[in-house]
Design a protein around this ligand. Structure first.
Ligand code: EPZ
Length: 416
């Protein structure tokens, strides 16, 4: 890519990866065939499709996906799959709830942090599951789960989703306290209720679930991806562009919109989406990542690029993951001035970024490198874009019509 263009025009946002992943798993809870529309076409979704097929589900289609878990042939999520995508752990709750048993590889650590699943297991145990850890696998058994009061030590997104799916088929009432409030959690509850579940309070810290004996198949269109939308909004602001981000839900982006406005960008709701415009220099903003509705950790790296080119000094504090600054050294190679001290980073703004070869390390870090390439002088080459493809649908094909000079290059013998 070559930087320096102002982005102009419209971009359509795809379905939400972090809503689609648990929703695809929810199909395990019923014997009927579910149909999901607006499913993003991403590597992580393909991986989840392969995992469900490996369990014995029939999985058809892309964007519109039909799944039937009528006859499962396996109750195991193998290490080979779980190691490529931690969200594979989301089959645990549904398998135990409907089939009374599951064997799921422990995910292990990842680039951004240790990311244990103790809260998932604690909640299942509270519902009566017998949990054993054997040879790197979680083995969970329960003839039928029983409703329980579960107080999460930390508002975990996939933990809340796993427990909500498990409680949906448990006997009696469950109460999940200190639950995650992310829009993806609320969307999963919407889907489960459509399947016949009785869930109240999703989107708040306390979720009540009255278990039912059976759930039925449904058809559902998945919400748009607020993190993809946020990424394009930052792209518009830092390139002093004028972009209409279509099909996003502004109510899911309050914290992001507030910080963009504080930085001096104009953000207006329009029919069909959000328009982001920026004329002059942006100004520094301080950010502390928080569970929803606070500022999303999945937007931290993207805002670090904004801070690097904005006037003034910004302080960014990452409170969710202990190791989510892998992009800092790569941005520093482009000329950004960032000082990291533990979970806090201090960014001296107004850096003149210059293009070079940089290495992606995780999904959102790779998005920040593409954003930096949009404003850097000269050529930027982002390696290991497979990280990007996990969560962004053909980002170069969405950026080019906005005026970006970007293309995907396959180079033999070079890391893609
Ligand atoms: C979800 O991960 C998202 N992934 C992540 O998005 C996102 O960064 C994260 O939530 C936070 O918003 C999906 O939805 C598939 P957590 P999740 O459990 O559920 C600790 C992206 O870029 N914790 O809410 O794994 C954990 O270590 C990805 O799209 C425990 O200690 O995150 C972390 O510090 C990256 N014990 C904190 O809680 C547990 O049992 C929040 O993690 C569970 C979590």
């Amino acid at each position: 890519m070559e930087g320096g263009q102002r982005l102009r025009g419209e971009v359509r946002i795809s379905g939400a990866k972090n809503a689609a992943l648990p929703i695809l798993c929810s199909s395990i809870l019923t014997a009927g065939e579910c149909t999901f529309h607006n499913v993003p076409v991403l590597n992580d979704i393909r991986t989840m499709g392969k995992l469900l097929a490996q369990l014995g589900c029939t999985v058809e289609g892309e964007r519109t996906v039909k799944i039937s878990a009528a006859k499962l042939t396996s109750l195991e999520a193998p290490y080979e799959m779980v190691k490529t995508m931690r969200a594979s752990v989301l089959v645990l709750g549904p398998l135990v709830a409907r089939h009374g048993k599951a064997r799921v590889s422990l995910p292990g650590g990842c680039a951004i942090g240790a990311r244990p699943i103790d809260q998932h297991l604690k909640g299942l145990e509270a519902m009566g599951a017998k949990i054993a850890l054997n040879h790197g696998y979680v083995e969970a058994k329960a003839k039928r789960l029983t409703g329980a009061r579960i107080v999460c030590d930390i508002p975990t997104v996939t933990g809340t989703e796993n427990l909500m799916m498990a409680a949906a088929l448990a006997r009696g009432r469950s109460v999940i306290e200190n639950a995650a409030r992310e829009p993806e959690v609320e969307e999963l509850a919407r889907v489960l209720n459509k399947m016949g579940a009785k869930i109240h309070g999703a989107g708040t810290p306390v979720i009540d679930v009255d278990g039912v004996d059976e759930l039925h198949a449904i058809e559902h269109a998945i919400i748009p991806d607020r993190i993809e939308a946020g990424t394009f909004m930052v792209a518009a602001a830092i390139t002093r562009g004028d972009v209409l981000v279509r099909d996003c839900l502004p109510e899911h982006l309050d914290a992001v919109i507030a910080k963009l406005r504080a930085a001096g960008a104009e953000v207006t709701a329009e029919k069909g989406g959000l328009r982001v415009r920026a004329k002059g220099d942006l100004t520094a903003v301080d950010i502390t990542t928080q569970p929803y509705p606070g500022f999303p950790t999945d937007m931290q790296a993207q805002f670090m690029v904004l801070a690097a080119v904005a006037a003034g000094q910004s302080v960014i504090t990452e409170t969710i993951f202990e190791n989510r600054y892998m992009h800092v050294q790569e941005l520093a190679r482009m000329g950004a001035e960032i000082h990291v001290d533990g979970r806090t980073s201090i960014i001296r703004g107004k850096a003149k970024l210059s293009g070079t070869t940089v290495m992606a390390t995780d999904l959102r870090a790779s998005a920040s490198l593409v954003l930096a390439g949009l404003v850097a002088t000269g050529k930027t080459e982002v390696l290991r874009v497979y990280h990007l493809d996990r969560g962004y649908e053909k980002i170069e094909k969405k950026l080019r019509p906005l005026g970006a000079n970007i293309k995907r290059v396959r180079v033999k013998g070079r890391e893609q």
